[in-house]
Design a protein around this ligand. Structure first.
Ligand code: NAI
Length: 378
């Protein structure tokens, strides 16, 4: 029986959006003990909440630098640190913990710039530590099944990937100046891209993940449909993958009526498949010339990978926190020295940042085709 690994979190404080999914995910399978945290931008709130979650007072830190200093010197220091703070802080926190020899799971987007992304890749490689990025949708069992079907040739060469990540939750113009909404479209707070960097990059990562190929070129059209917004709230991106696969991606935050709105369709020479995050237990599969079939998580005959990452009985909803838990299962294995195919890495985080910046440049140039590969990988 393996000893539990020690785990700490930065950000994800009380009331945060993603914090609960990390706490549920990290602790779902008994691999990690939650022993340290700097959970909030407000030190007192962070200390208080950490202790209410069961963290000892001397490891309920006021900020991440205090946590780095405190943990570095301990014999029982944390093995893994999750960075779940707002985007602009990811780079310095992730870099500092990697350099100090900790494994890191960083939220997306990993950095704000391509240069920072390359720096994280270099630091992670030099440190020999794991730096993963939380592209958690890729860890749903039926997404792994789609990937397996592509890899084993069950739909032939992939011709076309079409993906959307479009919701309507920022579509109310009367709410556009609400500070919790406004910052996402303000370059000073959000960086060079709004909706594409927030949601589009999940879709782009998923396209690469399922097709087993990298995005090489992009042509983007960005729009701020609510005029007070500087950054885009809607984007259409055409892309080409290195193996020739054609990609189409739509992301929007003004698509009123769409709730979560993340789906992907993969069309190959001999079949097509569709998965949607709002029905994550199913993949629709159509062989060429045949009928559409509903493949269900938990049914007999699925790949080992889909079976391994599914732990509630067939037809029960296996939701978002357990997809995050699958990232932690693989992180635990990787920390213990077993290679885990499919764990999103710093290289994936870097590719996303390069794609974000390429899309911004393309949109500014009227949709000109632009190289989306990080300079380091050209
Ligand atoms: P949020 O605004 O709801 O919560 C952020 C939390 O971080 C708050 O508790 C805040 O007090 C804390 N915080 C801020 N600065 C801090 C600092 N310097 N040190 C310690 N704590 C600090 O934000 P949300 O939506 O939870 O997003 C956090 C990150 O997670 C973002 O990078 C976002 O892109 C990502 N995210 C990823 C998702 C996914 O599907 N992988 C889904 C939602 C968010």
């Amino acid at each position: 029986m393996a000893m539990k690994l020690n785990w700490g979190m930065i950000g994800g404080g009380e009331g945060s959006q993603i914090g609960p999914a990390h706490r549920l995910g990290a602790q779902a399978d008994g691999n990690f003990a939650f022993v340290a945290g700097a959970l909030d931008a407000d030190p007192a709130r962070g200390r208080d909440y950490a202790q209410r979650l069961g963290i000892a007072a001397d490891r309920a830190y006021g900020d991440w630098r205090e946590m780095l200093e405190g943990e570095q010197g301990r014999p029982d220091r944390v093995d893994l640190v999750t960075v779940a703070t707002p985007n602009s802080t990811h780079f310095e926190i992730t870099k500092a913990f990697l350099e100090a020899g900790f494994h890191v799971l960083c939220e997306k987007p990993m950095t704000m710039t391509v240069e920072e992304g390359e720096e994280i890749v270099r630091v992670a490689r030099a440190s020999g530590r794991i730096c993963a990025v939380n592209y958690c949708y890729s860890a749903y069992p039926m997404v792994r099944e789609m990937r397996h079907m592509v890899r084993t040739g069950q739909i032939g060469r992939v011709r076309l990937v079409v993906t959307n990540f479009s919701h309507g939750h920022h579509g109310d113009a009367t709410d556009a100046d609400n500070p919790r909404v406004r910052w996402r479209y303000d370059p000073a707070m959000a960086g060079v891209s709004g909706q594409f960097a927030d949601c589009g990059i999940h879709a782009l990562h998923m396209a690469s993940f399922v097709a087993g190929d990298e995005v090489e070129r992009v042509s983007a059209d960005f729009a701020s449909t609510i005029p007070s917004r500087v950054l885009e709230d809607d984007a259409m991106v055409n892309f080409r993958m290195s193996g020739g696969t054609v990609g189409r991606l739509w992301t929007s935050s003004v698509a009123i009526g769409r709730q979560h709105g993340f789906d992907i369709q993969v069309f190959g020479e001999t079949g097509g498949m569709r998965w949607a995050s709002e029905q994550p237990n199913q993949v629709l599969y159509t062989p060429v010339g045949g009928r559409t079939q509903i493949m269900e998580k938990g049914e007999a005959g699925l790949s080992d990978e889909a079976a391994r990452l599914s732990r509630v009985a067939i037809a029960h909803p296996e939701g978002f926190p357990l997809a995050v838990a699958n990232i932690y299962v693989d992180l635990a294995a990787a920390i213990r020295g077993q290679a885990r195919d499919g764990l999103p890495t710093a290289e994936d985080g870097l590719r996303s940042m390069a794609a974000v910046h390429a899309c911004v440049a393309s949109a500014q140039a009227g949709g000109a085709w632009t190289d989306a590969r990080p300079p380091m990988f050209r």
